[in-house]
Design a protein around this ligand. Structure first.
Ligand SMILES: Nc1ncnc2c1ncn2[C@@H]1O[C@H](COP(=O)(O)OP(=O)(O)OP(=O)(O)O)[C@@H](O)[C@H]1O
Ligand SMILES: [Mg+2]
Length: 129
């Protein structure tokens, strides 16, 4: 039976990547099959797993439909790089477009706080209140 463990925190530098790295290592040493998935465009977990930064496909390709998850597994990890930020930007733009630019509605659909979406929109260079 498969178990999923998600490690997340909005706050930076709190040990998320380190925790995942050690959990994966300990579980593997215990004989369990472990698939790590790096969902941070910084790609730090992928670095820890010694994945080449230029490797393809990555989680960004999976989330944009260019590859299957199985195709994106490299030595026990689905790696990430900055292309994930681009995939996220495209996804947000598509959801916003589908909701006629209604940011509160798009935030609800994406399951994020409006403030988070406003921040991302600022990064995208759009005008936001
Ligand atoms: N238990 C710990 N004790 C001391 N230092 C730690 C511990 N866990 C992590 N660190 C150190 O804290 C720093 C941040 O850790 P890490 O990169 O895992 O955080 P993060 O939450 O993934 O950061 P980011 O938000 O940038 O992704 C690193 O230098 C790491 O070596
Ligand atoms: Mg991290």
């Amino acid at each position: 039976m498969a178990h999923k463990i998600a490690v997340l925190s909005q706050k930076g530098g709190t040990g998320k990547t380190t925790a995942v790295r050690h959990l994966a290592d300990v579980f593997r040493r215990s004989g369990l099959d472990v698939l790590a998935i790096d969902l941070d465009p910084q790609g730090n977990l992928s670095d820890y797993f010694d994945v080449e930064p230029s490797v393809e496909p990555t989680i960004g390709d999976v989330l944009t439909g260019r590859a299957t998850a199985a195709e994106a597994v490299h030595d026990g990890i689905i790696p990430s790089n900055l292309s994930l930020a681009e995939a996220e930007r495209r996804h947000i733009a598509a959801v916003l477009h589908a909701h006629d630019g209604d940011v509160p509605r798009a935030a609800a659909v994406l399951g994020v706080a409006r403030s988070t979406l406003y921040k991302k929109l600022r990064v995208m260079g759009n005008e936001t209140p």
